[in-house]
Ligand binder design. Structure first.
Ligand code: SF4
Length: 382
């Protein structure tokens, strides 16, 4: 390894084990699976052994770029899965012949000039279990157990985001709004000198400053019916193409029918009691949010970082709303932790698989890829 490059791993990274055919959300179904060029070339070199693979590969040309995918509809399962849910490529040739996506998922690797970071994706249910079992705060630490401070601006912004989420005594929804405000401030001031920008970011580390901002945002008058109506239609739009995907059907079929027919006022009447109960599960959700920030808010382009964080907020809102629909459908009005975990996996996949389409959807609807604070308050703080 290069001298000076440190390897950092997210909490519980080494505890991850795939449960393969016992997994209820197998990652071999419900999204598009890309094949990296190196793996494709490797198969081509031994094409006599891989005929059956080439019959199931789709090639997409985009200008001078060629992209390879497993030939299946997004919702379908991988054609290489056998009846026991095991991968024929692994069985026939070993893990070394898997595409990078299949080989590494749910592991995520980010390389910076002074470090390599290994984290995990919450699109895998075993990762969500691991995030839920962390004692104390989730972290990313070097192999020598040292949390390394980085001089890179993007990592300092990311650290500030995590500091806000880790603050005690504030509601998670408030912390998300304040984190987003910090990113918008950074975006507005991105041409300032780095030390001046860091001074602005530093203010968001202070509890009193956060408190002041929260109080200001809570002065905005919101109408619960209108906010629920908006989030209800976002929920229905976003799950539209997924409610019939077999592994997600159980999660979305009844709730989408319910969301399409229920009177908004009857949902509003239950919202505030529900929110209080949902907050009891914040530890699991906060850990998953921090895991997502660690793996996806890493761009040195502040706008890209703001968009990544916006996707994290959107996932949180959709999980909270999907669990709410279940709560309303359930006569006992209970929240099951398993439901929260399942929806975290589902929306991590849906949003992760559709980020470009969602950005386009926002650009069409709001004229910008990065949304305004007013809209986020409207769909978050009600
Ligand atoms: S989602 Fe996770 S546990 Fe399930 S099959 Fe994929 S890697 Fe294994």
């Amino acid at each position: 390894m290069n001298k000076g490059i440190d390897i950092l791993k997210i909490s519980n990274y080494d505890k991850f084990n795939c449960i393969a055919d016992k997994c209820k959300f197998t990652c071999c179904e419900g999204w598009d699976v890309s094949i990296d060029t190196d793996t494709y070339n490797k198969w081509e070199k031994e094409n006599d052994k891989f005929d059956y693979i080439f019959n199931n590969v789709k090639i997409k040309k985009c200008g001078s770029k060629t992209e390879y995918f497993i030939d299946k509809e997004t919702g379908e399962e991988c054609p290489f899965l056998d009846k026991q849910g095991l991968c024929q490529i692994v069985k026939g040739h070993g893990e070394g012949y898997l595409s990078l996506t299949c080989h590494t998922f749910p592991r995520i690797e980010n390389i910076f000039e002074d470090r390599k970071e290994l984290s995990l994706s919450c699109a895998c249910p075993e990762v969500v279990e691991l995030m839920g079992s962390i004692v104390g705060k989730i972290n990313i630490i070097s192999e020598n157990d040292i949390t390394l401070k980085s001089h890179l601006l993007e990592l300092r912004i990311r650290e500030a985001l995590i500091n806000i989420i880790n603050q005690e005594n504030f509601l998670l929804e408030d912390k998300l709004i304040i984190s987003f405000e910090m990113l918008l401030t950074t975006l507005e001031n991105k041409n300032l000198r780095e030390d001046t920008l860091l001074e602005k970011i530093e203010k968001y580390n202070k509890g009193e400053y956060i408190q002041k901002l929260i109080a200001m945002y809570h002065e905005i008058e919101l109408n619960t019916d209108d906010s629920i109506e908006e989030i209800n239609s976002l929920f229905l739009d976003i799950i539209q193409n997924y409610k019939e995907v077999s592994i997600l059907e159980e999660l979305f079929k009844d709730s989408s029918n319910f969301a399409e027919t229920i009177k908004i006022e009857s949902l509003s009447a239950k919202w505030h009691d529900y929110k209080r109960l949902f907050e009891q599960h914040n530890k699991l959700i906060e850990n998953c949010i921090v895991a997502k920030i660690l793996s996806s808010c890493v761009s040195n382009d502040v706008e890209e970082m703001a968009i990544s964080f916006q996707m994290i907020i959107l996932e949180y809102l959709l999980v909270r709303y999907a669990v709410f629909l279940k709560y309303c459908m359930n006569k006992n009005e209970k929240i099951e932790t398993e439901d929260i975990k399942d929806y975290i996996v589902a929306f991590s996949r849906i949003i992760g698989n559709n980020t470009d389409a969602i950005i386009e959807f926002f650009e069409d609807g709001f004229g910008e890829a990065v949304l305004e604070m007013g809209y986020f308050c409207f769909i978050t703080l009600f």
